[in-house]
Each structure stands twice: as structure tokens, then as C-alpha cells.
Ligand binder design. Structure first.
Ligand code: SAM
Length: 408
């Protein structure tokens, strides 16, 4: 991409004065940040190299440089999720607006429509659990089957039992009329905010792609709108700076579908720019990558549905603890990774880092002197999964599709 094209994009987004800082940031490496899992992380701020907290996320931290996450057993144990700090703004808006929708007399129902690989889903589940306890359900949906399987694994590793994973076209949700209190649409977009992170975003960018994305986003919003209850909130996010994909679509949805934009003091967040309808985060002005977010409240009436998300044939329907096979109860690997692992039901055994990585690589590992049967293996006290001790060796029950694939 020619510099002139990038300068035009940035000038349109942030105006001429801020363009220099943004332009310079695009030649720097992408930022790295993680968000801790508050229902698993036992270490406080000690013992890990957490550099600076993300201003809009209590559990978000900027890191200096990119560690080899794949070689950290705690990454595989779901203790944290690697997520761009700017993308954490959607979780912030959820927390800030939650009081507008809770208290409907039933568990809060949320839909994350474009959810893979699961950054915003995991943020959402932690926030809802902190605020509402067990009184919520999230349907995390991803239209692409391939990406939905990644989402399913990331949800399992994060460990919240109240997240259902589906792989449906947005239109399918129209059947659940008025069902959701909150819908998050993290829409597929022209990806300008990912230019530092993903060279393909630069190669694939064109004016035509922007126009196609804008039209597709409107279609997605219109398709899912019936599933939002009157008074419910739609959080709309993209990782682009294009007006036609951001403010213009939010204003279109408000006017055509029946909603009002929530007024919020975005500019009180350091480096965040307020746009006509929401917030824009721009590399160079914030530490992270590019992101847009806005929140709409539905004002138009919605019908009532008696269907439940089960009609969507979930890939994961909450937490499965295991299954009975003959006379054996075989625990599901996900149970060990849940936020409430069965440490009172199965003996556990601590593995050092090297053995933990070999377990996650699905090599055969064995520690003498353990009781026979199913054991939970831990690293630094955090569950990684199950093994079955059959006496002289262990069967490694780490799921094949989640094994570490590189040589360690
Ligand atoms: N929310 C995710 C996260 O935080 O990890 C990132 C979502 S990404 C920005 C957008 C997602 O929309 C992609 O996973 C993509 O497969 C999906 N998508 C693409 N086309 C779509 C469509 N027509 N309808 C719904 N989702 C679509």
C-alpha cells in the first residue's frame, strides 16, 4: 500500500493533526497484550511479567515483546487470553452499559454473533460472571465452521460453563425473536486496524472491499436485529477506521431498524477518540491496534419467542462433565479446565514445566507413586487436564486437536 493511501485513510479517521502520530505508529511492531481469567488466575500481579494495565480493562495488561505463549503451560490452562488491548474496549462498554439491561427477572441472555476466535466472548463471560454470578447465558456464534471449532476450544479452555457455541448464519437468529438482552456484533470488516498485525489486511484492502464490508455489515445487523428484545443493547464493533463501516452503519441501524445510540463519555478514556456514535482507537494514540465500538439500544418492538438456543444445534452446549462407558465414568477433558474443576473428586498431581509441556504435546508422561484411575494434572497448581493411571503408565487424555504441534 502506498503511503499516500494510508495517510488518506488516517486523515479521514482522525484529522490532519493526529495523522502524523498514527502514521508513525504503523511502522512499529504490533503491540502485545493479555487479559487474565479472573476465575482462574491465582497469582495476583506477582510472579509474571505484567507490564502496564490496559486503562479500560481491569484484567488487561500490555506486555513488552511477545513471549512464546505456546511454551507456557498456563496459556493452555486458560489462565489468560492473548487479546489486543484496543479490542478490550468492547468488554468495557458491556460492563459500563450492563445496568441498562439487567434485572429482567430471568438469566441475562447474550449473543456474540461473530465470535471466533473468542477474545470478546471470553471477556464477556468473565464480566457477566463477575457481575451476575451464574445468572446469564452466552451464545457464542461463528458462521465459519472451521473458525467455530477454534472458538469451541478457546471457550472450553477459558472454562465458563455458561457459554454455548453455535455455528449459524446470522439470519438463523431471527427465529429467536426478542430473545437476547445483549447482542455483540464484532463485524467482519476491511481490517485497517490490523495493518500492523496482519500483512494480509494491507494486501487485501481496497475501496471496493470497504464498500462490500459496509453492505455486508448492514445485512448482518438487519438479520440479527429481530433477536434483540426491545430495550436490549447491541454492541457494534469493527477493527477499521472507515466511516462507512462504523458511524454510518450505526446511524443507519438506529434509523432503519429502530434504535437509539447510547451517549457515553468515551473521551475520558486515555487516547480514545469520540466519533459521532462511538469510540475510535488508533495505533499511535493508544498502545494497541485499531478498533471502533458503539452501543445501540433497541427502541422498536420485538416479538416473543418460545424457542431456546438448543434449536441452533450447538457445537458445545455448556459444560459436559463426562460420559458413562460401561461401568466407568469417563471425565471430559474440559471438566478439568472449567472454572470449577473437580479437584475434590479426583486426585491431582503437580507437573514441572517440562513435563507439563510434554503432557500438552501429548507425549507419554508418568509420575510414580500416584493412585490408579483418573488424575488431574496441574502446573503451578492450575489444572491442565486428565490422565488415567493404569499402574505402570498413564494414558494421556489431553485432546488430540488441542495438543501442542510444534517440537518442544
Ligand atoms: N469477535 C472475535 C474475537 O473477539 O475474537 C473476532 C471476530 S472477527 C472481527 C469477525 C468474524 O465474523 C470472523 O470470525 C468471521 O468469520 C465472521 N464472519 C465473516 N462473515 C460473516 C457473516 N457474513 N456473518 C457473520 N459473521 C461473519
Amino acid at each position: 500500500m502506498e503511503d499516500r493511501v494510508l495517510v488518506d485513510i488516517l486523515e479521514r479517521a482522525v484529522g490532519p493533526e493526529k495523522t502524523r502520530a498514527a502514521f508513525d505508529a504503523f511502522s512499529l511492531p504490533a503491540s502485545v497484550s493479555i487479559r487474565l481469567n479472573p476465575f482462574k488466575w491465582p497469582f495476583g500481579e506477582d510472579g509474571v511479567n505484567l507490564v502496564r494495565r490496559v486503562p479500560w480493562s481491569e484484567y488487561g495488561y500490555m506486555l513488552d515483546g511477545r513471549p512464546r505463549f505456546v511454551e507456557d503451560p498456563l496459556f493452555h490452562a486458560g489462565l489468560y487470553y492473548v487479546q489486543d488491548s484496543s479490542a478490550m474496549i468492547a468488554g468495557h462498554m458491556l460492563r459500563e452499559c450492563l445496568d441498562l439491561v439487567s434485572d429482567s427477572g430471568r438469566p441475562l441472555m447474550a449473543l456474540d454473533l461473530c465470535a471466533a476466535p473468542g477474545g470478546k466472548t471470553t471477556d464477556m463471560s468473565a464480566s457477566l460472571r463477575e457481575r451476575l454470578g451464574d445468572d446469564f447465558r452466552i451464545v457464542a456464534n461463528e458462521v465459519s465452521r472451521l473458525r467455530a471449532s477454534v472458538l469451541r476450544d478457546n471457550v472450553a479452555v477459558w472454562g465458563d460453563p455458561n457459554v454455548i457455541v453455535t455455528s449459524c448464519d446470522p439470519k438463523t437468529f431471527a427465529r429467536l425473536e426478542g430473545y437476547f438482552d445483549i447482542i455483540l456484533v464484532d463485524a467482519p470488516c476491511s481490517g485497517e486496524g490490523m495493518f500492523r498485525k496482519d500483512p494480509r489486511a494491507v494486501e487485501e484492502w481496497s475501496e471496493e472491499v470497504v464498500a462490500l464490508c459496509s453492505a455486508r455489515q448492514r445485512r448482518i445487523l438487519a438479520d440479527v436485529w429481530p433477536a434483540l428484545r426491545q430495550g436490549g443493547l447491541l454492541i457494534y464493533a469493527t477493527c477499521t477506521f472507515e466511516e462507512s463501516e462504523n458511524d454510518a452503519n450505526v446511524l443507519w441501524a438506529a434509523a432503519e431498524l429502530g434504535g437509539e445510540v447510547i451517549d457515553y463519555e468515551y473521551q475520558s478514556l486515555p487516547g480514545v477518540l469520540r466519533t459521532k456514535t462511538g469510540a475510535l482507537l488508533m495505533p499511535g494514540l493508544v498502545e494497541g491496534e485499531g478498533q471502533f465500538v458503539s452501543v445501540l439500544r433497541k427502541t422498536s418492538p420485538s416479538g416473543k419467542t418460545r424457542l431456546t438456543p438448543d434449536c441452533l444445534r450447538p457445537l458445545r452446549n455448556g459444560l459436559v462433565k463426562g460420559e458413562v462407558k460401561g461401568r466407568d465414568f469417563v471425565p471430559d477433558p474440559d471438566w478439568a479446565l472449567s472454572i470449577d474443576p473437580p479437584l475434590d473428586k479426583y486426585p491431582s498431581v503437580e507437573l514441572d514445566r517440562e513435563t507439563a509441556l510434554r503432557y500438552l504435546h501429548r507425549d507419554s508422561v508418568f509420575v510414580e507413586g500416584q493412585p490408579e484411575g483418573y488424575l488431574i494434572v496441574l502446573h503451578r497448581g492450575c489444572p491442565l487436564g486428565f490422565v488415567k493411571n493404569i499402574g505402570k503408565r498413564w494414558n494421556n487424555l489431553h485432546p488430540l486437536n488441542r495438543r501442542i504441534r510444534i517440537d518442544i
